[in-house]
Design a binder for this molecule. Sequence first.
Ligand SMILES: *Cc1c(COP(=O)(O)O)cnc(C)c1O
Length: 354
Amino acid sequence: MKKHNFSAGPCILPQEVIIKASEAVMDFNGLGLSLIEISHRSKDFVAVMDKARSLALELLDLEGKGYQALFLQGGASMEFLMVAYNLLEKKAGYLNTGTWADKALKEAKIFGEVIEVGSSKDENFSYIPKGYSIPNDLDYLHLTSNNTIFGTQIKKFPKTEATLVCDMSSDIFSRQLDFSQFDLIYAGAQKNMGPAGTTLVVVKEEILGRVSRKIPSMLDYKVHIEKESMFNTPAVFPVYVSMLTLEWLQKLGGIAAIEEINEKKAQLLYSEIDLNPLFKGYAHKEDRSNMNATFTLAEEKLKDIFEGMCKEAGISGINGHRSVGGYRASMYNALPLESVGTLVDVMSELERKA
Ligand SMILES: *Cc1c(COP(=O)(O)O)cnc(C)c1O
């Protein structure tokens, strides 16, 4: 039986993408060769990279606006330092909204002065700080749009003149935003786009070249742009699967269409969390993530019963991260509404039983 996959990452991908990807591993484009055994400089793979890059810009509505899309390696964690390497001359601001934001901030400190413009550490990152002030002498401001571990999501982005950098690893392509308010967006593929192994970076070219330090080629966004994301051998399989997922999303109607489904899923689960006395939401209501819902059981003694029922229903991957405890249901783009329905049924069944 196919499981209901609520894994936080790597996570569920559309079934048709998995099928097409497996076919390409056997025989790519009818070449009689596997996707993973041909040159990345071959005409067939160059077309994949080109398509993946242009689809990313198209879906974000950033075509022709001075942006470049890159598929790099090293995960979102590599971007924590690449961002600072390429953009931090004197001072950067970071909004500390959780584990990932904190890790990004630590890396940046290697390269210059870093200030925390706001933090929700005082309440174990269960909310998004608001009303913080942004100094006007920042090289850039760094935000994390969705906090995968704590289940919070920035709903309103600050209006600022500062260069805006955003880690969108766990909610890219999930909701409509004016993406042109950001100067650099990065996202590890393995949450909403593909397998682990590649990271999408979307960068406005005009923000590059402003720092005085020398940048090693592999860490230099300008080099990757110049080489059309092929400076070295790209992660061919993760890029191909990402391209397939972006094609799937485009066919579905793009971000507007998936946002509608994502809202339905989140509403269904959060209304059960709010109405069912056996469960308690973790994140402050106004900041709750539509991608990762964090919640706990009101009574620990129901743990084994609840988890047994989940297992029985084919629900997989809802254990919370150790820094929050309880449960986390990740509802990425590819998760069907029906899977959320199954989880909600189990939760209400538990209330009837208990
Ligand atoms: C998963 C995640 C990361 C880390 O991604 P890696 O690809 O493992 O380096 C960074 N930021 C956010 C918001 C994440 O969800």
